[in-house]
Structure formats: C-alpha cells, structure tokens
Design a protein around this ligand. Structure first.
Ligand SMILES: NC(=O)c1ccc[n+]([C@@H]2O[C@H](COP(=O)([O-])OP(=O)(O)OC[C@H]3O[C@@H](n4cnc5c(N)ncnc54)[C@H](OP(=O)(O)O)[C@@H]3O)[C@@H](O)[C@H]2O)c1
Length: 300
C-alpha cells in the first residue's frame, strides 16, 4: 500500500466512491432505517409521510427528480412535475397514471424568474399549498478555473439555476408553509458542497450557497413546522454525468437508489443527509486543511 500523503488521499477518494451509497442523516440513521419504521421495504413509512400530500419536484423530467417523482406518486402523493421538456414530463405523467398515481406537469424554465413567479401563482391557485418542495433541478460544470478565464458564464449559470431559482421558488411557497405550520424543503445538494473538489468551483459554490441560505432561513422558521433538508448526493448515474467519460468507470448510485434517499428524507425529515465518507473527509479537513487539499486535488 502506498503510504505517502498522495497515496493516502487516493485511497480515501477510492473509499469515498465505494461508500457513496451509504448516506447518513442528521438523525444518525442509514437510509435502510426507513424499513424499520414500517414494513420491510419502508413503503408503509413513505405512504404515511407523503400520502395525500402535495409534493412539487423540480427537474422531474429526468434523472433523480424523475425517479423520485414516480416513487413519491406511487406512495400516494399528488406530485407536481416541473421542468422545461414537455414531452418528457408527459411521459412521467403517463407512467405515474399507469401505476394508479396522480402527477401533474408544469412546464417552467427555472432560469426565468417571471416563469417561477407565474408557476407559484398557478400552483397555489390550483392546489392551495405545497407540503413538500424538492429543489432538484440543477446543472453541473466540471472545468478548471484556468479554462474558464474567458467564460464567466461557468459561474453565473450554476448560480442562476442551482441557487437563485431554488431561492425564488422557495420564497414563493414558504409563506403558505409557515401559515399552515407545516412543510418541508428538500434541496438536492451534492457532497461537493462539503468536499469542495477541484474543477467544480462554480457548481460547488452554487450548492454551498443554497445550503447556507437554507440553514439561515431554518433559524427563522424553527418554530413554524417547516424543515429544510440538505441532501448531499454522491455520484448518481444520470444523464448529467454521461458527458464525463471518466465517470463511467466510477461507482455511482443508481437513479432508483438516489430516489430512495430522497424518499427517506421525507420520512426522517432530517436536516442533513450526508454520505458517510463525506462526513469523514470533512472532519479530516477540519483537523488538517492540508489533507483536505490533497483529497480535493485527487477528487473526481
Ligand atoms: N448525477 C449526479 O451525480 C449528482 C450528484 C450530486 C448532486 N446531483 C444533483 O441532483 C440534481 C438532479 O440531477 P440529475 O443528475 O438527475 O440531472 P439530470 O438527469 O440532468 O436532470 C436535470 C433536471 O433539471 C432540469 N432542468 C435543467 N435546467 C432547467 C431549467 N432551466 N428549468 C427547469 N428545469 C431544468 C432538467 O429538465 P429539462 O431539461 O426538461 O428542463 C432535468 O429534469 C441536480 O441538482 C444535481 O446537481 C446530481
């Protein structure tokens, strides 16, 4: 075994990938624990958590959002699907209906604040409130800063979709949650927001900003029955990661596993869901920033 600092960092990154499928929540439970709340696969607990509730999922036309939306609808939630691709949203509506569930598509380009405001008005008019908002729509950019020298949009675009859009939509739906003293906002963040890996500066900053904003607001609504949950997803095999050839060889959660993580968050209502290894790496960084730097240099 290579015991040099670099070898150690590589070994930890390797472990990070194989442990990615083991999220822990701030209540200390692994995602398997949902099973112990109800029947063997956790579906009773999920039905109890979301049955009859209005759940809005952004980015529901693809990947994690789509899988989570289908699972939530199967558990009895009325799911509002938000994205730009109408054809793909229609496919999800049909898939949910074929399984006996109810999903309604709302086309919205979340980079357009006017469209977000119109979406909020329409949703509140039709449904009265949203019980659970899943801020999932997102984009990622993997590029060294030196290659973004003439591309400031590499920092603006992730901030616009991953941060400002989520804030704008949450601001629109939060007052009714507070009024009803009930609600949950689930942010599909990334372990990047903890690990700050090299080559992901624009993406990481946008996810870290949303987590920080949500934590501040949580302090303001602590007594109002509203919970913010930051889910730090590890690598998930979705269309988002297909352009990066390297990822095809890396261990990753399936979309179904990622959907389970999202569903578990509706049951546990934890403040944070973190891959175990990201928690360790974050602890290592707090003890030794130099070790943190080695980890991030070797990260994917
Ligand atoms: N995959 C991973 O390894 C991974 C890891 C950690 C965190 N995450 C996070 O997980 C979330 C989902 O990612 P994914 O991997 O499932 O990606 P994906 O398959 O590419 O899905 C992205 C979703 O966002 C929607 N979207 C993009 N731009 C939009 C816009 N302007 N307005 C409305 N919707 C928009 C897309 O729908 P339309 O194109 O139809 O609009 C699509 O439904 C993201 O926030 C991502 O950062 C992913």
């Amino acid at each position: 075994m290579d015991l040099s600092a670099r070898g150690l960092a590589k070994a930890v990154v390797k472990q990070a990938n194989s442990f990615g499928a083991m999220p822990i929540s701030s209540r200390g439970v692994l995602n398997r624990a949902v099973g112990s709340l109800g029947d063997s696969d956790g579906s009773a607990a999920l039905r109890k958590a979301v049955g009859g509730k209005v759940v809005l999922v952004t980015g529901a036309s693809s990947g994690i959002g789509r899988s989570a939306a289908v699972r939530l609808a199967a558990a009895g939630a009325q799911v509002l699907l938000v994205a730009r691709s109408e054809d793909q949203l229609a496919e999800v509506v049909d898939e949910v209906a074929a399984a006996g569930g109810l999903a309604i598509a709302y086309r919205c380009d979340l980079t357009d604040f006017d469209q977000i405001d119109a979406l909020v008005t329409k949703v509140l008019d039709r449904h009265g409130h949203v019980d659970i908002l899943v801020n999932n729509a997102g984009m990622s950019i993997r590029r060294k800063v030196r290659h973004s020298q003439d591309r400031f949009q590499d920092f603006e675009r992730p901030m616009h979709l991953n941060y400002f859009a989520a804030v704008r939509l949450t601001m629109g739906l939060l007052p009714t949650m507070v009024e009803r003293e009930s609600g949950q906002v689930i942010n599909i963040s990334s372990w990047a927001a903890m690990l700050h890996p090299a080559r992901f500066s624009g993406y990481t900053a946008s996810k870290a900003a949303l987590e920080a904003w949500s934590d501040c607001v949580q302090g303001e609504v602590l007594d109002d029955g509203v919970v913010f949950t930051n889910v730090r997803m590890p690598l998930v095999r979705t269309p988002m990661i297909t352009p990066t050839k390297l990822y095809s060889r890396m261990p990753a959660l399936s979309m179904e596993q990622a959907a389970t993580v999202v569903c578990d968050a509706t049951v546990s209502r934890s403040r944070r869901v973190t891959p175990l290894v990201a928690a360790w790496a974050s602890f290592a960084e707090s003890v030794s920033p130099a070790l943190g730097d080695l980890l991030r240099k070797n990260a994917i």
